[in-house]
Design a protein around this ligand. Structure first.
Ligand code: NDP
Length: 615
């Protein structure tokens, strides 16, 4: 059966890459194999965070797929991939529309991933992360205590029952069954690639370091452990089978390379548990009395119910993964959670009640994440480490149709067209800023707008006349050069949209290139010069502007005038003024001045957010 050769370097696509489990799988792939990892996330910010967590590994390429329900969503990211690990699926705690938020994305995500496998001849295997939720009967009287679930069992919930489920958790569990069934159906329609389905229990274990910074960001399953803290009584156990996240990541790697696993479904469980046992384990561990008292005592050593079980012997027979005890999994997680809480609350670990919301209200699957979201105190939205102010540019130059293009960043659905100031693509700061867009998740292309002869750095240099220079480089000369870059981007596989970013001289062209038919879908312009009213009125897409406090090209009256004209276009617009900045700050700020540095970095994030929202 088709599987990967473990000895050869292959290309693996991982969806849901930035999630709890996805990060563990990527870490293991990067640390323990030679494979190239192609990860899929939803936004440039998540791309950036993922790359940072994994040390900007050259073996990690991140693709941005904003909508997994689009039929072709994964076709481009899966190009040249040999195998796929599909994890992306809503695992949410609140919803006003179960069908739209849960059922449709999980099923269509599977349809899209199977279509990507069909569309890319290199793909041999799909490892699909289903769940024990797709296996067991969640109805209150659904399982007798003596029941032992196997790979033959399926969650019997119907689509209509799921759509009208009284609690979201039932709909989530059913969504996993519907999606897995769809994946099996689609995989059986062909025989070039095969599928392995893994059905883990509730997945516990410390998240990959650096992926979350507060307990409020915990996912649903680890949220169960945090939900035990500060409870009066031991919460009811909802799904009493567990899987270590480390074992699950190992099993995924094994599933990629084990020939006989193809076409098989595996219950991947490390054991059964009850919340009482979790409380007992933590209370008996080396925590001080205050921490111990945060866990409900319950009835130590006694299970409250006779529990059904899951038979994980098939997975143990076919796949290779470790089998830690519950204690070995839970205690490091407990340490991690207490450390996280202490770090964020500024309190000594183990000794105090949390300053984050009491976990007493955050019990079990289904309620934790919504409370977390409401209470979230910090999100990684503006990580300045993506911006390089100095150093060596990382892009490359290619000549297309006689125009030199500076190209940087990985393939992406939304690309950035970077239009420089008069100093052109040879200016290191322009290249570095283009690289920053690349690191933020956008394939970025900057055409040489001056055919190798930009203006000198000193505009007063003897023999140089800026007026003549600008007259020579008007739209008649410049548009055809930009057209080449647009053509290049439109011809790049996977690129479907273009955000245009322009600085000073290039700012005017950012406006010009969101006019109808010019190729841009949204634009950002920092301190644009020579911009004409007609060019503002002609925009056909959203435009954001970053303005300098001191700018003879755009003094306050002109800024107000530009704002008014933008307002008349009916398109979304945004004009931001940065104090302490001068014309050119978007690229050439003096970053030893905190105000200028802030202005340059914020203008960059303004552009990234603009493209993320409007392209
Ligand atoms: P996380 O919530 O941490 O990760 C889920 C991932 O899926 C994230 O990358 C998330 O992206 C993505 N995702 C969620 N909804 C959508 C959507 N509508 N469109 C596109 N992407 C989406 O969960 P886990 O890592 O715990 O779960 C990963 C997979 O494992 C899921 O399929 C889950 O059902 C399955 N699983 C998990 C178990 C557990 O106990 N944790 C148990 C059994 C199975 P974003 O960050 O942008 O939201």
């Amino acid at each position: 059966m088709p599987s990967l050769d473990p000895e050869r370097q292959s290309r693996i696509l991982v969806t849901g890459a930035n999630g709890f489990i996805g990060n563990h799988i990527i870490k293991l792939l990067l640390e323990k194999t030679q494979h190239q990892v192609h990860a899929v996330v939803r936004t440039p910010e998540k791309s950036l965070a993922l790359q940072k967590v994994h040390g900007h590994s050259p073996r990690l390429t991140v693709h941005i797929v904003p909508d997994i329900t689009a039929p072709d969503a994964f076709v481009q990211p899966a190009q040249l991939c040999h195998a796929i690990v599909h994890l992306a699926s809503p695992f949410i705690a609140s919803s006003s529309n179960i069908e739209e938020d849960l059922l449709i994305p999980s099923i269509r995500g599977v349809q899209a991933i199977c279509h990507a496998a069909d569309a890319n001849e290199t793909v041999k295997r799909l490892v699909y992360c289903s769940s024990f939720a797709a296996v067991f009967n969640p109805a209150p009287e659904g399982s007798s205590p003596s029941k032992v679930y196997t790979e033959e069992d399926w969650n019997p919930t119907t689509y209509d029952q799921a759509k009208n489920a009284p609690a979201l958790i039932y709909a989530y569990q059913a969504s996993k069954a519907f999606a897995e069934q769809e994946a099996w159906n689609l995989s059986k329609e062909q025989n070039r690639w095969d599928m392995v389905s893994l059905c883990p229990g509730v997945v516990f274990g410390p998240p990959v370091e650096g992926t979350i910074s507060t307990v409020t960001e915990l996912g649903q399953s680890n949220g169960i452990i945090w939900g035990l803290f500060d409870q009066e009584t031991v919460p009811e156990t909802k799904v009493p089978v567990w899987t270590s996240v480390a074992s699950l990541a190992e099993a995924n790697i094994s599933a990629l390379t084990t020939p006989d696993a193809g076409g098989e479904r595996f219950l991947l469980v490390n054991g059964s548990y009850e919340n009482q046992e979790l409380c007992d384990l933590i209370r008996a561990s080396n925590v001080n009395h205050t921490t111990k008292d945060r866990l409900p005592k319950g009835d130590p050593g006694h299970r409250t119910h006779e529990l059904w079980r899951a038979d994980g012997s098939k997975a143990a027979q076919y796949l290779s993964f470790s089998q830690p005890t519950l204690e070995e999994t839970i205690l490091p997680l407990k340490d991690y959670l207490l450390r996280l809480e202490a770090d964020k609350a500024g309190i000594p670990s183990q000794n105090s009640k949390s300053s984050v919301p009491s976990s007493a209200t955050l019990m079990g699957l289904g309620s934790f994440a919504s409370a977390c979201k409401a209470a979230a105190t910090k999100c990684p939205v503006a990580d300045v480490s993506v911006i390089a102010h100095e150093g060596t540019p990382v892009g490359r130059e290619e000549v297309h149709d006689g125009v030199n293009l500076y190209i940087t960043g990985n393939a992406s659905g939304t690309a950035v067209l970077y239009l420089t100031d008069v100093f052109g693509i040879n200016l290191t700061q322009n290249r570095l800023l283009a690289d920053s867009f690349g690191r933020a998740g956008f394939l970025t292309v900057a055409p040489d707008l001056f055919n190798g002869t930009p203006s000198p750095m000193d505009l007063n240099e003897p023999g140089f006349n800026i007026t003549d220079f600008l007259a020579k480089h008007g739209p008649e000369a410049t548009d055809p050069l930009i057209d080449v870059a647009v053509k290049y981007l439109k011809g790049t596989p996977g690129v479907s949209k273009i955000g245009v970013t322009g600085y000073c001289f290039g700012g005017r062209y950012a406006f010009r290139y969101v006019a109808a038919g010019k190729g841009g879908d949204a634009a950002f312009a920092a301190h644009p010069s020579l911009l004409e009213d007609a060019e503002i009125s002609a925009i056909a897409g959203p435009v954001a502007v970053a303005a300098a406090e001191t700018d003879s090209s755009m003094p306050p009256e002109r800024r107000h005038n530009i704002t008014a004209l933008l307002g008349q276009t009916g398109k979304p617009y945004n004009v931001a003024l940065y104090s302490g900045t001068e014309h050119g700050f978007g690229v050439r700020a003096n970053v030893s001045d905190p105000e200028q540095k802030y202005g340059k970095e914020s203008a960059f994030f303004q552009a990234v957010r603009w493209f993320e929202n409007w392209v």
